[in-house]
Design a protein around this ligand. Structure first.
Ligand SMILES: Nc1nc2c(ncn2[C@@H]2O[C@H](COP(=O)(O)OP(=O)(O)OP(=O)(O)O)[C@@H](O)[C@H]2O)c(=O)[nH]1
Ligand SMILES: [Zn+2]
Length: 360
């Protein structure tokens, strides 16, 4: 091409050479239906078409080729075309992904080499942690909190098995950083089991979309089954597509919690066992702490705000206060720094965690 002069042939040819804006909806997509993505399994998407509307229905969809490598995840609001009836054997096409309010992601880690968006548009992350059996792992909790704050989500800590251990220590550890806490314990035989604290949990979820994470055995299924009595059947929607059982599915599934008023959703994440956090920007994390962010404006340029950073304004802010205010500030700065460190993987091992990993 070097040396060739620009002439009218270029003008004529260009419009037909792929310069058309790719994001533009083609005219035949103008009548697309709105849908909510509730599950993803091997290139097939479970969607709820016209969610909350008079024609609400479950359907299965695939991604239109024009979306390329763009990921579609549970919680996404999408436009669907084609056969959106949801009838047996029908397949709709996702042609557009709506703007995302929040994006929960995780960085590539040992167990998964790819950075992934896990869930879109969720309001809060619910970290389900047993108070005992298995022992709580605070480092894991910190990492979840950091991921949620980075995503622009609130955090709810659901402490289960309060019949086995006292929640006070964990409550004291997380209350200073704005983490809401609910405490539950089960009582009675499994067929007529009561969950104490369940109403608090239900209230904390009301009208919102919440992502539930937790290690195996913490009691997450017990809570999900109580929240969504027909969870097993509802999750079958995705599995109908592939014939795979729920327990082998590793992707997130959105379930609607029955109730009056604004829709309440929980997104269960059976496959999420860890959060790689290399993508988390310290400035972004600081943004979740409005008071600290303001103080940090006085920091020297390039301050990392970590415990060993010279002249960090957060230290002066603590030192300037007295008595209870000082204690409260110190707790908050310390907690923020703990999250900051969890991001870099430099936190000292949680003694409880190392005790756990020392087990055969
Ligand atoms: N003592 C006590 N046990 C509980 C409580 N909640 C749940 N459990 C028990 O803890 C075990 C694990 O509960 P699940 O609900 O299956 O836990 P999960 O987190 O879904 O674990 P996986 O199914 O392995 O992913 C079960 O034996 C429950 O009966 C509680 O509040 N107190
Ligand atoms: Zn600083």
């Amino acid at each position: 091409m070097a040396g060739r002069r620009y002439d009218e042939r270029d003008v004529r040819i260009r419009p037909g050479r792929g310069t058309r804006p790719r994001t533009k909806i083609r005219p035949e997509h103008a009548d697309a239906d709105v849908a909510l993505v509730t599950g993803v399994d091997r290139g097939r998407y479970a969607v709820l078409v016209d969610p909350g509307g008079p024609d609400e229905r479950r359907a299965t969809a695939m991604k239109a080729r024009e979306l390329g490598r763009e990921r579609v995840v549970p919680g996404d609001r999408v436009d669907v075309v084609g056969d959106t009836t949801g009838d047996d054997g029908s397949l709709a096409r996702i042609v557009r992904i709506g703007e995302r309010r929040t994006v929960l992601r995780r960085t590539a880690d040992d167990t998964d080499p790819v950075e992934r968006v896990i869930v879109a548009n969720a309001d809060q992350l619910v970290i389900v942690t047993a108070l005992a059996d298995p022992e709580p792992r605070t480092r894991m909790i910190d990492r979840c909190v950091a991921a949620a704050y980075d995503a622009g989500m609130d955090v709810l800590l659901a402490l289960t098995k309060a019949d086995l251990a006292d929640p006070a220590e964990l409550v004291a550890m997380y209350a200073p950083i704005g983490v809401r806490v609910v405490v539950t314990r089960t009582e009675g035989p499994s067929d007529e089991r009561v969950i104490h604290g369940f109403d608090d949990l239900r209230a904390a979820l009301d009208g919102r979309t919440s992502v539930l994470v937790g290690h195996s055995g913490v009691g997450k299924s017990t809570l999900v089954n109580a929240l969504v009595p027909h969870a097993a059947r509802a999750t079958g929607v995705v599995n109908d597509v592939t014939g795979r059982g729920r327990h082998t599915s590793t992707s997130a599934v959105a379930l609607r919690v029955p109730g009056e008023g604004a829709p309440t959703w929980v997104i269960d994440t059976p496959g999420v066992r860890s959060f790689g956090l290399a993508h988390v920007d310290p400035a972004h994390l600081l943004g979740a702490f409005a008071d600290l962010a303001e103080v940090a404006q006085e920091c020297p340029r390039g301050c990392t705000h970590a415990g060993d950073s010279p002249d960090c304004a957060l230290d002066d802010w603590v030192a300037d206060a007295q008595g209870e205010t000082r204690d409260a500030r110190a707790a908050r700065v310390e907690s923020f720094r703990r999250l900051l460190a969890s991001r870099l993987g430099t936190t000292d091992p949680d003694p409880r965690e190392s005790r756990e990993s020392a087990r055969p």
